[in-house]
Design a protein around this ligand. Structure first.
Ligand code: FES
Length: 149
């Protein structure tokens, strides 16, 4: 865009050389996104998924996502997640390893109700879409049932 173009008067900083454009003020929404990307607490805790045959897969999960989302994103088999994480299908059922059960937390009533539809429910059963990945869950181990639903 050159000076004198019809848009130049409407777009602030459009006529500045590129180096000067870099110094222009950043809109608040873009500034906050950049701050989120730089935040030091954004970590990648490791989660291990063990299937019913004993095959173990360890992947890194983003804090704030769910154990189900991490599995789906990384192609971990055994978690179908048909409802996409809406706590409405029970096809993301996992067994939280005993050592992690307390730290992973307990199912809320809605999750408990949905677990009634899961296959082979046990005391440490959870819906992986309801377990939020946090820093203190680094090393979490979950097992997938022989089948979902
Ligand atoms: S993905 Fe459907 S209940 Fe978890």
């Amino acid at each position: 865009m050159s000076a004198g173009s019809p848009l130049a008067d409407d777009v602030p900083f459009a006529n500045l050389p590129v180096a000067r454009q870099e110094a222009r003020p950043v809109p608040p929404d873009r500034a906050s996104r950049a701050a989120v990307a730089r935040r030091p607490e954004f970590t990648m805790p490791k989660i291990t998924y063990i299937d019913a045959q004993g095959t173990s897969r360890t992947v890194e999960g983003e804090t704030g996502s769910t154990v189900m989302e991490v599995a789906v994103r990384n192609g971990v088999p055994g978690i179908e997640a048909e409802c996409g994480g809406a706590c409405a299908c029970a096809t993301c059922h996992v067994y939280v390893d005993e050592a992690w059960a307390e730290k992973a937390g307990h199912a809320e009533p809605m999750e408990e109700d949905m677990l009634d539809f899961a296959f082979d429910v046990r005391p440490t059963s959870r819906l992986s879409c309801q377990i939020r990945v946090r820093d203190d869950l680094d090393g979490l181990v979950v097992r997938t049932p022989a089948r979902q639903g």
